[in-house]
Design a protein around this ligand. Structure first.
Ligand code: HEC
Length: 172
């Protein structure tokens, strides 16, 4: 039994030392101008999916689907989000900030979140996404503003004419 315990402790110590040496010797990349590896992507996506399943609000969007609310969503997006997530021109509008981030933010007019439940977008906007440049907005926007943004994101590809007109004018 004592030999077994010694084996377990020795394995943990060797693994910790190897990890420390790997970090100290520069084997673990610290740069932002690379592509995330599969293990990183898997760990980040799995933890995000689990958090969304447990914590994202399940009900419908409390902000009503009206012209005024869609326009308000576009305006909030233009002010806070377009710098990273682009304009109605999608990928063609990626800013220098967006191109330099690790991982790169989706240009939402190209890779949108219209299929996601609005509660998922609400959670991501309110709490941000760890290990990425996606900030949490819970300390600067009200829940109502965040739901208004989620409403716009969910309807980005089927906006009312009034909201579409404002959307086409957003620049970043
Ligand atoms: C500083 C850059 C930055 C800003 C500003 C920013 N985001 Fe993000 N956002 C990101 C990054 C990076 C990701 C990608 C995370 C990933 O790869 O999973 C992201 C992800 C998202 C996602 C999830 C996309 C998906 O495909 O699942 C949503 C929704 C989102 N952001 C909404 C917003 C909204 C709304 C705002 C404005 C209030 C905003 N973001 C502002 C960087 C930003």
């Amino acid at each position: 039994m004592r030999g077994f315990l010694f084996g377990v402790v020795a394995t943990i110590v060797v693994a910790a030392v190897c990890g420390y040496v790997a970090l100290r010797s520069g084997l673990v990349p610290a740069n932002a101008d690379g592509e995330p590896g599969w293990l990183e992507i898997w760990a980040a996506n799995t933890s995000l999916d689990a958090a969304l399943d447990h914590e994202a609000p399940k009900g419908p969007n409390p902000v009503a689907m009206t012209d005024d609310n869609l326009v308000a969503g576009v305006e909030l997006y233009g002010r806070h989000c377009a710098i990273c997530h682009g304009t109605a021109q999608g990928n063609a509008s990626a800013s220098p900030v967006a191109k330099g981030l690790y991982p790169q933010p989706p240009q939402l007019a190209t890779d949108g979140v219209e299929d996601d439940p609005e509660g998922f977008s609400f959670w991501k906007i309110k709490h941000g996404i760890r290990w990425t440049g996606m900030p949490s907005w819970g300390s600067s926007l009200t829940d109502e503003q965040i739901w208004t943004l989620a409403l716009f994101l969910n309807h980005m590809n089927k906006l009312s004419p009034a909201a579409e007109q404002v959307w086409q004018k957003v620049r970043n």
